[in-house]
Design a protein around this ligand. Structure first.
Ligand SMILES: Cc1cc2nc3c(=O)[nH]c(=O)nc-3n(C[C@H](O)[C@H](O)[C@H](O)COP(=O)(O)OP(=O)(O)OC[C@H]3O[C@@H](n4cnc5c(N)ncnc54)[C@H](O)[C@@H]3O)c2cc1C
Length: 363
């Protein structure tokens, strides 16, 4: 049995920020991540981040994990990569697996779950043909392994992920036939969409994919226009020559372990699906588990990092860190989250969180 004051599950921006903050407040941390390296989604994000300097705007995503995993905290933060938390038990013990067969148990006084989110899929005929990918897989192939997914791509989804991955495909020399988006407007930031438009890629709003066609792999895709009731407009079907269909249709929080631990969930579409109920410092009603990042509601790396710091400081305060120092960090994080979620861009997240607060503990 490995005993630790604070266990952090997941080493993406939320988990790394949580570990960094708790360690800075004097707490010993064990961070486990199933990947070969920490960073979560950041390990494939070669583009420069947007937002403010406080949230690493202008820094490439792949360079952010180093900034969150600081040398000065290395004595306090123990990191186990290639280690997956596979089970959680009522007595507060979690079991983990390193490599293929090294199972062990961890007992923590407090835990922060920062397990991120997983890609949503779409159902349509041919969606099991080789050549149908999630956008994360395409990004991993290209940006981590230097492999292009095919010769010509249809992108489904014009949120930030669909738009950014489309641009990265163009940078890798892979033409994007079109981006289809069922909603009436582009969901991603217009600065990114404009780059695609300038490169001649049509972004077809109120359009969807109906079918992927091919014998052994994707050879073409059928797209069509949608009306205001999300129904296909007859006669608008069009076959597009592509060997890759890339789906960028949203993310769902990875909450399985939290369910095992008995955390209460609420379905909040604005936050990506089922999310754990928690108080304003991200503590669940279990009394020892905190959540942070996309698992608490799908947002962006900037919000994930601030939530990680918030949960890290709140857990540290309960573990005996200086209360005044921890409270200062907590207040700063709460103000920073308010700022990130301000204005028209943050409206969806604000309304999602408002729904959650109906059932939040101690909110
Ligand atoms: C194409 C793309 C572009 C983006 N661009 C931006 C941008 O410019 N700016 C921005 O702010 N955000 C951006 N984002 C969003 C951002 O990447 C995510 O919001 C952020 O990574 C969420 O952080 P997280 O730590 O919550 O989760 P993740 O980064 O997903 O990390 C979760 C970690 O938990 C680990 N894990 C999960 N389950 C277990 C388990 N059982 N045991 C052990 N480890 C586990 C995973 O391996 C992973 O490393 C982008 C996302 C994508 C896909």
């Amino acid at each position: 049995m490995v005993n630790t004051d604070l266990l952090v599950v997941g080493g993406g921006p939320a988990g790394l920020a949580a570990a960094d903050t708790a360690a800075s407040l004097g707490i010993d941390v064990l961070l486990v991540d199933e990947g070969r390296a920490v960073g979560g989604q950041l390990v494939k994000q070669t583009h420069k981040f947007f937002g403010s300097g406080e949230h690493y705007a202008g820094v490439r995503g792949i360079d952010i994990p180093k900034l969150l995993n600081r040398e000065e905290n290395s004595q306090r933060v123990r990191i186990l990569t290639d280690t997956t938390v596979v089970g959680c038990y009522e007595d507060g013990v979690v079991s983990a697996l390193t490599g293929e067969d090294n199972y062990f148990k961890i007992k923590a006084k407090r835990a922060i779950f920062a397990t991120g989110a997983t890609e949503k899929f779409l159902s349509f005929p041919g969606n099991d043909l080789p050549g149908v990918y999630g956008a994360g897989a395409v990004q991993t192939l290209m940006n981590q392994f230097g492999v292009i997914p095919g010769k010509r791509v249809l992108m489904v989804g014009a949120g930030n992920i669909g738009i950014i991955v489309s641009y990265q495909l163009l940078q890798a020399g892979v033409p994007v036939a079109a981006v289809v988006e069922a909603a009436p407007t582009i969901g991603g930031y217009l600065v990114h969409a404009s780059k695609l438009a300038r490169a001649g890629v049509p972004i077809l709003t109120r359009h969807t994919i109906l079918e992927a066609r091919g014998k052994d792999a994707v050879e073409s895709a059928v797209i069509a226009q949608l009306d205001d009731n999300w129904q296909v407009v007859p006669g608008t079907e069009e076959e597009v020559d592509v060997d890759v269909v890339c789906l960028a249709v949203g993310l769902s929080p990875v909450v399985d372990l939290l369910r095992q631990l008995g955390c209460e969930m609420k379905y909040v579409p604005e936050l990506g699906g089922h999310v754990p109920i928690r108080d304003k410092n991200l503590k669940t009603a279990t009394g020892w588990i905190y959540v942070a990042g996309d698992v608490a509601g799908v947002e962006e790396a900037s919000a994930a990092m601030v939530e990680g710091r918030l949960a890290g400081a709140a857990a540290a305060a309960e573990l005996g860190a200086d209360k005044q120092e921890a409270d200062t960090v907590i207040s700063r994080c709460l103000a920073s989250l308010d700022a990130l979620r301000g204005g028209p861009v943050g409206e969806k997240i604000r309304s999602g969180i408002a729904k959650l607060e109906g059932g939040a503990v101690n909110a």
